[in-house]
Write a protein that binds this ligand. Structure first.
Ligand code: BES
Ligand code: ZN
Length: 469
C-alpha cells in the first residue's frame, strides 16, 4: 500500500452518516446543508497518530517506563487522557484502581556450561543479586513431592509447565532449597508467564522454550553435571495503583432510561513503547469521542456512550475487572447494552475479532462482522481469547467484541513504535466502530422512526494527507 495517499473529499458521503445518529431523522438535504459541514465531523487519522506518538514517546530518563502498570508513565498517560475528555466536554472521571504491584522486567540471562540460552523473566519474579550460580536439578512438573525427591538444596530447579501454577512450582522448589527456577514450556516456543502476585514471589524464576528445556532434561537424565549461571533484573513498585479513565456522553434527555454502550481500550503497557499495544486503541477512542461529542450528534444520542481507557490490563485485566465489578455493585451492569474493545489496531493486514467463548451473546460481534463485510475489509477470522478487556464484560454476560488487526510481529518488544503503525488500519478501525455505533443507534429500542436506512459506509477524509511513514 502506498502510505502517502491523498484521500479525496467526498462531502456527500460523510453527510449520510448523520441521520443515523439522531433520534429525529433529518432529510439528507437538510443535513448536508447544515449540520455536518458545520461540525466538520471528519475522522482525522493524523490526530490519532499524534496521540499514539504522545502516548508512546520516551518518558524522560527511564525510557522503558513508557506506561508500565503502576508506574509514573501510566499515571501521567491517564491524566493526559482525562484532559482530552475534559477538553471535548465529556463528563470525565479518573477512577483509582488500588492494590497494584508495579513490575518492570529489566531483562534476564542464563548460561548453561558457559553457553547462553534465551530465557524470559516471569512477571513478579524475584531478582538475582548479581549472578546466581548453581547446579541444575530436574523436578518434573514441580509438585511438592517431585521437588522433595529432586534434591534441590542450593540448586537451580528445571521444571516443566503444566498441572499446577507457575507460582506453586516456584514455591515448592524454593521450600525445598532451590535458589533459582527455570520453567520450560509444554508446547513449542518460549514460555511467557506471570507468578500472579508480588506476594507469591519467592525466588528468581524464568521461562524457557520447550525445545531448550528438553535438551537440558536429556543432559540431566544422562547424569551430566550441568552448571547454570542466571541473572534476573527487575524494578518493583509494591502497593502502587492504576487508573481507569471514563469519558461519558449522556443520551439525549428525552430518552427515558437510556442504555449504555462502552467503547474501551487499555492504555497501560509492558516495558516497551506500546505504540500498537495499546496506544493505538486508546488514541482511536479519543478520536471517536471527539467525533461523537460534536454537539449536533451528542445532543441526540439514544445511548449513553462511555469511552473507557483501562489501566492495569497488562498485569491481568485488573482495571477492567475492577470497572465491571463496580458496574455490578451499582446495578449499572444490567444497563450496559454492549462493549467494544480496541486493542492493537495499528499493525497487521487483516482485521480479526475475538470473544472469550460462545456462551455470552454475540450481538455486538455480529454487528462488527456485518460491518466488516459491508465495508469490504480483509477479515482474518473470529477467534476465542480472553486476553484483553472485553473479557470481564463478557464474563458478566454483556455482549462484547474485541477488535484487533493481525498480526503484530513487534508485540511486547522495544520495536512496538509509532513507525510500525499503518494509518490505513487506524482509519479502518475508527470507521468500523463509527458504523457499528450508527447501527446500534438505528436498532435502538428508542428509535422512533426506523425508515432511515443507513446508506453510508466508508468515511472519507476532508483534505487530509495520509502521513508518509
Ligand atoms: N493486547 C494484548 C493481547 C493480545 C495480543 C491478544 C496479541 C491477541 C493477540 C494484551 O495487552 C496482553 O498482552 N494480554 C496478556 C494477557 C493478560 C490477561 C495479562 C497476554 O495476552 O499475555
Ligand atoms: Zn494489549
Amino acid at each position: 500500500m502506498s502510505k502517502k495517499k491523498k484521500i479525496c473529499v467526498v462531502a456527500a458521503s460523510a453527510v449520510i452518516v448523520a441521520p443515523m445518529l439522531f433520534t429525529t431523522p433529518a432529510s439528507a438535504s437538510s443535513v448536508s446543508n447544515g449540520i455536518l459541514s458545520k461540525i466538520e465531523r471528519q475522522l482525522s487519522v493524523n490526530k490519532i497518530l499524534k496521540d499514539i506518538e504522545r502516548l508512546s514517546m520516551d518518558n524522560g530518563e527511564n525510557k522503558d517506563n513508557a506506561r508500565v502498570t503502576g508506574f509514573e508513565g501510566e499515571h501521567e498517560a491517564a491524566k493526559y487522557i482525562q484532559s482530552q475528555f475534559e477538553k471535548l466536554g465529556l463528563n470525565s472521571e479518573l477512577k483509582t484502581v488500588d492494590g497494584i504491584d508495579g513490575f518492570i522486567d529489566e531483562g534476564s540471562s542464563l548460561t548453561i556450561n558457559n553457553q547462553s540460552v534465551t530465557v524470559k523473566t516471569l512477571t513478579y519474579s524475584q531478582p538475582t543479586n548479581q549472578k546466581l550460580e548453581g547446579e541444575l536439578a530436574y523436578a518434573k512438573t514441580g509438585t511438592e513431592n517431585e521437588c522433595k525427591e529432586a534434591n534441590l538444596q542450593g540448586k537451580i530447579a528445571l521444571i516443566q509447565r503444566g498441572s499446577i501454577s507457575f507460582a506453586e512450582k516456584a514455591k515448592n522448589a524454593y521450600n525445598n532449597g532451590a535458589v533459582g527456577v527455570i520453567i520450560y514450556n509444554n508446547a513449542s516456543g518460549m514460555l511467557n508467564g506471570t507468578l500472579g502476585k508480588l506476594n507469591d514471589s519467592v525466588v528468581p524464576t524464568v521461562g524457557m522454550s520447550l525445545e531448550d528445556g528438553k535438551v537440558l532434561v536429556d543432559k540431566v537424565n544422562a547424569g551430566e553435571s550441568v552448571n547454570v549461571a542466571m541473572e534476573v533484573k527487575t524494578i518493583v513498585k509494591p502497593n502502587s495503583f492504576s487508573y481507569n479513565v471514563v469519558g461519558e456522553l449522556p443520551a439525549h434527555k428525552n430518552i427515558r432510561n437510556p442504555q449504555t454502550l462502552v467503547v474501551g481500550a487499555h492504555f497501560d503497557s509492558v516495558s516497551c513503547p506500546g505504540a500498537n499495544d495499546n496506544a493505538s486503541g486508546t488514541a482511536t477512542i479519543l478520536e471517536l469521542a471527539r467525533l461523537i461529542s460534536q454537539p449536533e450528534i451528542k445532543n441526540k444520542l439514544q445511548y449513553n456512550v462511555k469511552f473507557v481507557a483501562f489501566g492495569a490490563e497488562e498485569i491481568g485485566l485488573v482495571g477492567s475487572e475492577k470497572y465491571v465489578e463496580q458496574l455490578v455493585q451499582s446495578g449499572e451492569a444490567q444497563n450496559i447494552a454492549g462493549m467494544i474493545n480496541l486493542d492493537m489496531v495499528g499493525v497487521g493486514d487483516q482485521v480479526v475479532t475475538y470473544n472469550i467463548d460462545d456462551n455470552a451473546s454475540h450481538k455486538i460481534t455480529d454487528i462488527a462482522h456485518e460491518n466488516i463485510n459491508e465495508l469490504g475489509y480483509k477479515f482474518g477470522g473470529h477467534f476465542n481469547s480472553g486476553s484483553s478487556d472485553h473479557a470481564p464484560f463478557e464474563a458478566e454476560g454483556i455482549p462484547s467484541v474485541f477488535i484487533q488487526f493481525d498480526k503484530d510481529p513487534y508485540y511486547h518488544t522495544d520495536e512496538d513504535t509509532l513507525d510500525k503503525i499503518d494509518p490505513q488500519n487506524i482509519k479502518e478501525t475508527a470507521t468500523l466502530v463509527l458504523n457499528m455505533l450508527m447501527d446500534m443507534q438505528e436498532k435502538s429500542p428508542n428509535k422512533p422512526n426506523k425508515q432511515n436506512k443507513k446508506q453510508f459506509k466508508n468515511i472519507e477524509f476532508e483534505n487530509e494527507e495520509m502521513p508518509s511513514f
